[in-house]
Design a protein around this ligand. Structure first.
Ligand code: IVH
Length: 691
C-alpha cells in the first residue's frame, strides 16, 4: 500500500470511495446481522487510513464518509427511540506516544501546566445502552444505533440481572439516563456456543456478537435465557447533575445500586495513566470478560465542559485500543470434529506458537464457507489473531509463502469418524454426518447427553467416564448402561476376551462399582419427558420434550405416530413447528434409533405422563400474562401454577390475553393491558381465583 503522502488526488479519491463502501458493508454485517466478517483490527486499519487520507485531502471528504457516522442505519423491526442527548463515540489511540500527546493536547487546550486528573476505565467490548429513569422508575432503554436514534430494547434490558428497575435513593435525579455497556462473560459465551452447537444452531464469533445477538431479540424471553451482564459508565440527559467529577459519578451510581467496573481508577498524571494501561494489558487475559482497550476521561466536569466536543467525539476523552495480538504459524491440519447431532466443525491444528506467554496450537475456523472465503489450505502459513476474542482465530493466509504443492482444501463430504455421507441442508451453515449412532463420535456425544443431568441423570457416570467406557467398549450404546452390572464379573462368552471387572479397573474399587450399579438401578424407571429428552433428537430440548409428553401421555403412542410419520398432533402443539417435526420424524425413521429404543425398553420402564392439569379451574384454557414483582410467589412458581391449572402463560400482552397479573413495579405490560381493556388481577386476586 502506498504511503498517504505519495497518493495523487485521483488515487486518494478512489481509495476513499473504496473505504466508504467497505466500511458500510462491514457496519451492516456487524450492527445489523451481529455477524462481522472484518476483524476489529482490519476495521480499525481502514478507519485510520480513511482519517489519514481525509487529513491530507480535506476537499475529498465524502458525504458518506465513515468518519461522519457511528454505527449503521437501523433495522426496522425494533421501535425507535431518539436519544435526548446523542450517544457519541470516542477517538481511538493505539500507542503510549499517542497517550502522551492526548494528555499534552488537553493541557494545551486548557493552557495549563498543572497535572490534570483523569479516570482510566476498561473499555468493555459489548454494546452500549441508554436506560432512562423517571421519578426512580426505569421507563425506557435503547441501543446506541447511529448515535441519534437507537432501538427500543426496554423489555430486553429489563431481563438483565443487576439493573435496578426502581431506585429509591433521595438524591436520585427525577430524570436521569444512565449509559453503559451490555456484555457477555467469556464463560457464558462458551456455554451458549456449546449449547447452540449441540442443537445445530448458529454459534457466535465472540462474546460481543453473542451479547448483541442476545440483546437485540424481538422476543425478550430469548434475551432472558441468555446470560448477559451490564456496567454503567456515563450518563445522558439528567435533570440535576450534582456530581463534580467522573469519579464522583461512578461512586454515586454504585451507591444507587448499579454495577460499575471495579477496575476504574483515578489517575493523577500521565505516568499514572501509562501505569494503568500496563496493568490492564497484563490483567486482561484473566478478566472474566473481554475488554478491547482503556477509556481515559478528564475527571473534572468543569474541565470537560471547557474542553467540549469535536464533531463526533469529546476532546476530554479517548479510547486507547489494545493491539490485537497477531502471529504467523503453519497450519498443520484442518481437523473436523463431529458433535452429538453430527455437525462437522473444522478446527485449525497449528504448529504451536507462543502467544503472549500462552502456547497456542489450535484456532477456530468457524465453518465450511469461512474456509472457502479465505481460501485456507493445509500447509499454508496463516496469520492468527487473539484480540478480545477468547479463542484465536485464523485471519487469513500469507499467500506469498504458499508453495505449489499446497492444494485447495476440500471440505469432506463424508464423516471423518464413520464414513457416512455428510450433507448440508440448503439453509444451514453446517454439514452433518448422516451416520447417526453408528458414528462413534455421535455415539459418544449422545451417550454423554443420555446420562446428563436433565436426562437420565445417572450419578457417577459423567462425561469423562462415558468417554473411557466407550473407548474400552464397556458402554457403546445407551442400553449397555443397563446391562453393565449383569456383564460385570463373568468372562465374555462371545469372544475370548476377558469380561469386565469394574472393581479392578484403575481408579475403581468394589465400593465405587457397587455405587455405580446402584445409581443405574435407581434410574431404570424414568419419566416420559426425561426419556424423550434423553434420546437426543435434534432441536428437542427439555421444554419441547415436556410438550410432547403432555400431548402424547405415553411413549408408545408417540413412537407409533412418529413411525407412521403422522405429525398432525405434533404440529397442533403450540411451540412445535414444521422444522422440528421433520427432525423428530427423521429420528424415528432411522433403524439404529428404533433398535436402541426397543433394546432400552427391555431394561427400563418409561412412566406414562401424568397430566396433573386441573381442567376445572377458573383459569383453564385462559391466556395469562404476569408482570412486575410478585410478593408471595416467584415468577416461575406463578407460571408453573397457572400452567398446571390449564392456563397458557404468555410473555407479552395482546388482544388474546385474558388476564394480566400485576405485581409491583409493573411497566409497559400493565399499561398495554389497560389500553386493551384486559382484566388485571393483583397477586391476591390471582391466588383467590386459583384457590
Ligand atoms: S464513555 C462520549 N466509557 O466505547 C463518550 N465508553 O468508542 C461516551 N465503551 O460507545 C462513552 N467502555 O460503547 C465510555 N468506560 C467506558 C466505555 C465506553 C466501553 C464503549 C462505548 C462507546 C464506545 C466509544
Amino acid at each position: 500500500m502506498k504511503n498517504v503522502s505519495d497518493l495523487t488526488e485521483i488515487e486518494a479519491a478512489q481509495e476513499l470511495e473504496y473505504i466508504a463502501f467497505e466500511m458500510a458493508k462491514a457496519d451492516i454485517a456487524y450492527y445489523q446481522h451481529d455477524d462481522p466478517y472484518l476483524t476489529d483490527a482490519a476495521y480499525d486499519a481502514l478507519k485510520l487510513r480513511n482519517e489519514q487520507i481525509e487529513k491530507r485531502f480535506p476537499n475529498l471528504i465524502r458525504a458518506d464518509s465513515p468518519s461522519k457516522k457511528v454505527g449503521a442505519p437501523l433495522k426496522s423491526d425494533f421501535k425507535k427511540i431518539t436519544h435526548k442527548v446523542p450517544m457519541l463515540s470516542l477517538a481511538d489511540i493505539f500507542s503510549l506516544d499517542e497517550l502522551k500527546e492526548f494528555v499534552a493536547s488537553v493541557e494545551r487546550f486548557l493552557n495549563t501546566a498543572d497535572n490534570i486528573e483523569f479516570t482510566s476505565e476498561p473499555k468493555m467490548d459489548g454494546l452500549s445502552f441508554n436506560a432512562r429513569y423517571e421519578h426512580g422508575r426505569l421507563v425506557s432503554a435503547a441501543t446506541r444505533g447511529d448515535g441519534k436514534t437507537g432501538e427500543d430494547i426496554t423489555e430486553n434490558l429489563k431481563t438483565i440481572s443487576g439493573l435496578p428497575h426502581t431506585v429509591q435513593a433521595p438524591d436520585f435525579p427525577d430524570i436521569i439516563e444512565l449509559r453503559g455497556e451490555v456484555y457477555m462473560s467469556k464463560a457464558d459465551f462458551f456455554a451458549l456456543n456449546e449449547k447452540n452447537a449441540a442443537m445445530g444452531k448458529k454459534t457466535f464469533a465472540n462474546p460481543r456478537n453473542a451479547a448483541a445477538g442476545s440483546l437485540r431479540q424481538l422476543d425478550a424471553n430469548i434475551t432472558k435465557e441468555r446470560r448477559l451482564s451490564l456496567l454503567v459508565y456515563t450518563w445522558g440527559e439528567v435533570s440535576n447533575i450534582f456530581w463534580k467529577t467522573q469519579q464522583e459519578f461512578l461512586q454515586k451510581v454504585q451507591q444507587w445500586g448499579f454495577p460499575v467496573n471495579p477496575y476504574n481508577k483515578l489517575c493523577r498524571n500521565a505516568d499514572d495513566l501509562i501505569e494503568s494501561f500496563k496493568v490492564l494489558e497484563q490483567t486482561r487475559a484473566d478478566l472474566p470478560y473481554d475488554i478491547d482497550g482503556i477509556v481515559y476521561k478528564v475527571n473534572s466536569l468543569a474541565l470537560q465542559n471547557r474542553l467540549g466536543f469535536l464533531t463526533r467525539t469529546p476532546r476530554w476523552a479517548v479510547a486507547h485500543k489494545f493491539e490485537a495480538e497477531k502471529a504467523m504459524t503453519k497450519l498443520l491440519n484442518i481437523r473436523i470434529q463431529v458433535g452429538r447431532t453430527g455437525a462437522l466443525t473444522p478446527v485449525a491444528d497449528l504448529e504451536p506458537i507462543n502467544f503472549g506467554g500462552v502456547m497456542v496450537s489450535h484456532a477456530t475456523l468457524h465453518n465450511e464457507d469461512e474456509i472457502k472465503r479465505k481460501d485456507i489450505r493445509i500447509g499454508d502459513y496463516v496469520i492468527i489473531q487473539r484480540a478480545g476474542d477468547v479463542i484465536p482465530q485464523v485471519l487469513g493466509v500469507v499467500t506469498q509463502k504458499r508453495t505449489p504443492d499446497i492444494i485447495p482444501f476440500e471440505f469432506p463430504k463424508t464423516c471423518p469418524e464413520c464414513g457416512a455421507h455428510a450433507i448440508r441442508e440448503e439453509d444451514e451453515a453446517v454439514r452433518r454426518c448422516t451416520g447417526g449412532l453408528s458414528c462413534p463420535a455421535q455415539a459418544v456425544e449422545r451417550l454423554k447427553h443420555f446420562v446428563s443431568r436433565e436426562a437420565f441423570n445417572i450419578e457417577g457416570l459423567g462425561a469423562k467416564i462415558i468417554e473411557d467406557f466407550f473407548a474400552e467398549h464397556i458402554i457403546c450404546r445407551p442400553d449397555d448402561i443397563f446391562t453393565l452390572e449383569e456383564r460385570n464379573g463373568g468372562d465374555d462368552l462371545f469372544s475370548n476376551a476377558q469380561g469386565i471387572h469394574l472393581e479392578t479397573k484403575e481408579g475403581w474399587g468394589p465400593k465405587s462399582a457397587q455405587n455405580l450399579f446402584a445409581s443405574i438401578r435407581e434410574r431404570k424407571k424414568i419419566s416420559l419427558p426425561r426419556f424423550i429428552y434423553a434420546l437426543g433428537i435434534r432441536q428437542v430440548g427439555t421444554a419441547t420434550a415436556l410438550l410432547i409428553a403432555k400431548n402424547y401421555l405415553n411413549f408408545t403412542s408417540f413412537e407409533n405416530a412418529m413411525r407412521q410419520k403422522d405429525t398432525s398432533k405434533l404440529l397442533s402443539i403450540d411451540g412445535i413447528g414444521e422444522a422440528m417435526a421433520k427432525d423428530i420424524v427423521e429420528f424415528f425413521a432411522e433403524p439404529h434409533n428404533l433398535n436402541i429404543i426397543s433394546n432400552l425398553k427391555r431394561y427400563i420402564t418409561i412412566e406414562d405422563f401424568e397430566d396433573t392439569t386441573d381442567y376445572h379451574s377458573k383459569i383453564a384454557g385462559k391466556t395469562v400474562v404476569f408482570t412486575g414483582t410478585l410478593e408471595t410467589l416467584t415468577r416461575s412458581e406463578a407460571k408453573a401454577k397457572a400452567a398446571s391449572l390449564g392456563a397458557k402463560v404468555a410473555g407479552s400482552v395482546s388482544a388474546h390475553t385474558d388476564f394480566v397479573v400485576v405485581g409491583s413495579d409493573a411497566g409497559s405490560k400493565a399499561k398495554k393491558a389497560q389500553e386493551l381493556n384486559i382484566q388485571m388481577l393483583t397477586e391476591q386476586e390471582f391466588l383467590d381465583m386459583i384457590k
